[in-house]
Design a protein around this ligand. Sequence first.
Ligand SMILES: C[S@@+](CC[C@H](N)C(=O)[O-])C[C@H]1O[C@@H](n2cnc3c(N)ncnc32)[C@H](O)[C@@H]1O
Length: 654
Amino acid sequence: MRRDAAGGSCCQFPRVVQFDLKATMVLNPVISKLAGKLVVLASASPRRLEILRSAGLRFEVVPSWFKETLDKGLFKAPHEYAVETAKQKALEVARRMPFKHLKTPDIVIGADTIVTVDGMILEKPVDKHDAYRMLSSLSGKEHSVFTGVAIVLCHEKENEEVDYQLVDFYEETKVKFADLSEDMLWEYINSGEPMDKAGGYGIQALGGMLVDTSTLPSCSDNLPISVPTQPPSSSQALPSHNSSVRRPSSPCDIQRLHTQITPTASPALKVKREDSESESSQTLVNSTSKHTDNRKVKLHDNATLPSITRRGQVTEPTRGDLERICELMDGFKASKALFTASKLCLFDLLHSRPGLDAAQVAQEIKASAKGTECLLEACVSLGLLKSIEKACQKPVYENADLATDFLRSDAPCSLHGYLQHCNETMWPLFSHLESAVQEGTSQREKAFSKQMLQETSSSSREGKLRFMKAMHNIAKITGKTIATAFDLSTYKSACDLGGCTGALAYEFAEAHPGLSVTVFDLPAVVELNEFFHPQHPDNRVSFVAGDFLKDELPKADLYILARILHDLPDEKVHILLSKIADACTAGCGLLLSEIFLDEDRRGPSRGLLQALSMSEGKQRSATEYSLLLKSHGFITAHIRHTDNLLDAMLCIKA
Ligand SMILES: C[S@@+](CC[C@H](N)C(=O)[O-])C[C@H]1O[C@@H](n2cnc3c(N)ncnc32)[C@H](O)[C@@H]1O
């Protein structure tokens, strides 16, 4: 999304855009490495939240409890104080989370901002008079805004102790205030804005009016998460609660963070690092240059975007914002193009016969020449196909890697069946979303005619097979990650309740040589499982037909519940969990796999969008699942957030 914007020079865009570019350019290469990592921001500051969000980072917010009370006299330079406070904030959260939140973060980011003038450090004012004292000391003067940042990398060891490795840096922005009249000072103080801001002002909001605009820095976000512009103040590892400590050896910066997150960096990553290094130096120039740039963002030479009002301020939409909103508006067209190409077996055709032109494809899939050409071109634009131009000839088409890996029907990680399920079942359901939201109920009756309902429901063999294929696809992709998420060596027998085609059960059997797995599912599903057997089925996997809400559950010392609870209404959840609890003796395990919502329920979108289908169930966060299972006597031992479609949690019967 931000790719195009990053191509432009920061100086061509207004401040908001410059920030977006700056953070995005530098964080982009890092962000892909952070997929599946639990990143935590140890600050409740809305500004910091916005900064990291607009850089595309997915993270949770756990505000630090560390009080900003360090003795300023102990620090030689003001930035050292800001960095040390940031460090203590991040460490406090990193140490608290395994106990209070029952999960160990991978990365915790802490930050602290101070203002310094005439050798004095100004933090947040305690009252209006303190704000007046601070602001009048800044009147007509140039001063420095320092933000210290600490990034704590948490490494969980086998004995469940945690190593903390620390990267810290800071950024300084010089700001000059205009000569402020008493009236202006008090008007600003009475607005209430100064009270939660270092130095008593916020440059991004009303406080901007205090600044001598002839000297306003071009990028006032003072965002050192992007690049350190000074040598590191310190790059030490602090003692962890188990006093196992590592010390980063070279100067700290985002590039080093790359290395630490991805120890075996690929050549591609290396290139990106060099890119971001060169962008870093540009950012340095921009963040210290002093000019205001009020030019509007232009999409085309003559097309200036209209002003919009955001949080009470008149501002311009950024190019990234516009791309994002277009992507959302057109998302349904892209989905339907994908479903259609998949249904017409376009990707299978181009896998077996790459290099066909549009007319040849049209003939093969028995579709119109014009429609086929449009579909092929749309798929190229979506990165699903490649078009190859030869001199004086019509373009020919072949699958892009994405299609080869996921879209042909015989790929090991094929999503072909899942796409058909989306097209035939989810699409009609979501076309009734408005009523679903108004009524809060499933729209199955409205979305499907009686006949279609029978076909899509579990009573029809075709509908059942389609559903099973869809489940099978997802289980094949995520199965290994779930099966290997925890050490299960103490368990000998497992029962996968609602285990469908057995795809997950076979992954568990393969990953754990000492484990036998029984797949327990409804009779109508079990009788179709032969269509999905692997080429060489493991005889430690067996199938038992039954109803997990009514029948006795097969005996096992580990029960698996994958994608079951989110779909059941509360009363059925409790019946099922009670039955499992009754079947378990102390020490038995329950492995749950679902999409875990972020604790603040702001993501991931996949989980929140799924909830819109208004099934009888609900989506939950890891903590909500933990508490639910606890109410049935299961204590959460481990939680894994994965970047592979589903997350997992291992609980033990107390
Ligand atoms: C969403 S699918 C999940 C399949 C599988 N666990 C996975 O993650 O791939 C739900 C499964 O639960 C099964 N199921 C639903 N109600 C059931 C019941 N009362 N007893 C046994 N199985 C049931 C369905 O047949 C289906 O296979």
